[in-house]
Design a protein around this ligand. Sequence first.
Ligand SMILES: Nc1ncnc2c1ncn2[C@@H]1O[C@H](COP(=O)(O)OP(=O)(O)O)[C@@H](O)[C@H]1O
Ligand SMILES: [Mg+2]
Length: 342
Amino acid sequence: MKINSIFISNFRSLSDFSINLPQKLLIKGKTGSGKTSILESCFVVSSGRSFKTFDIKDCISKDSQNFYIESDFDDFENYSRKVSVAYDRKGNKKIIIDGNVSSRKDLLSIAYPVVHSPEDMFIITGSPKFRRDFIDRICFVEDKSYFDDMSEYIKYIRNKNAALKDKNAEVVKYLNAAAAPLIDRIRKKRNVSCETINKKVSVLLEKLFSGMKVFFTYNIDENYAEKLESRLEKELEKGFSLYGPHLDNINITTEVGNAKNNISMGETYITSFLIKLAELSIYAEKNEFPIFLIDDIFVFVDDETKKTLFKEIEVLKNQIIMSSSIENLNNFNNIEVFYLSR
Ligand SMILES: Nc1ncnc2c1ncn2[C@@H]1O[C@H](COP(=O)(O)OP(=O)(O)O)[C@@H](O)[C@H]1O
Ligand SMILES: [Mg+2]
């Protein structure tokens, strides 16, 4: 996919902004000039979500009632599309693809973005939620039915929580039993995605940073039904669900053990960046080339590492939009630079 142009209205500090986007672009500008907001708009228009906030209403400019983003892009099949995404303060969203009101699922079937921002370092150092979200995204792409599995799962948790609140043990037991095959499916798919990403990461590490090791581990209980049964009393007491895929632990292990507490800032950056490169290579095998948005590129790493990583992204077939506030970032060849002066 490739975004050819984007128009941004009332999105964060951008009230009325358009830009043509080449195959590879570096956006430079001072802190607060709006670099991240441009990348975030590209993300929103190709996914219906933000990578900065769970509540997309945060993106609406302070004094506005709604934001609107419109873009011309080539989708994965190379069809040119006109897509717009709008949100208002009441939470109404409108995704329009080629004049037709569409869903997020429709959008994700023709395009999706991959982003790396410094916040992605939380995949390594943050709570398991960050790792679950990362693995879930790969599951979505690897198997489109995962989207429906997850929607069904969320519905199950909602119903279960309502029953737990009512202290209705019989309904909870019934819901648990009905959800068992779904839960099994979700966990198996996640396991497959962990294995797939581990393979890709190890290929990259061998090539670029030999000696480093990084892998995801997902420990699933064999006796799931028993576990659920044993938690029921506690769940009824608390009034909400305490166990299941939405709370599962996924770890990242490196050569020094659990990555969470043992690696430096620079290593954390490298690791989170490599994970995203590995993700892209999974999609490339499916002949899908999402746009790759890299916010605050190469903060926290030394010049040698910058060169190593840059060589990897330079050859990617994906469209890449990068941002940096570093004045003397070693100039990359073949990369257009846009100076954001605001
Ligand atoms: N909802 C909003 N309304 C108005 N301004 C906002 C909103 N959200 C963020 N901003 C402001 O937008 C500016 C640009 O932010 P950002 O895109 O992150 O800049 P950069 O990445 O160049 O440092 C910041 O000064 C921020 O405070
Ligand atoms: Mg920024």
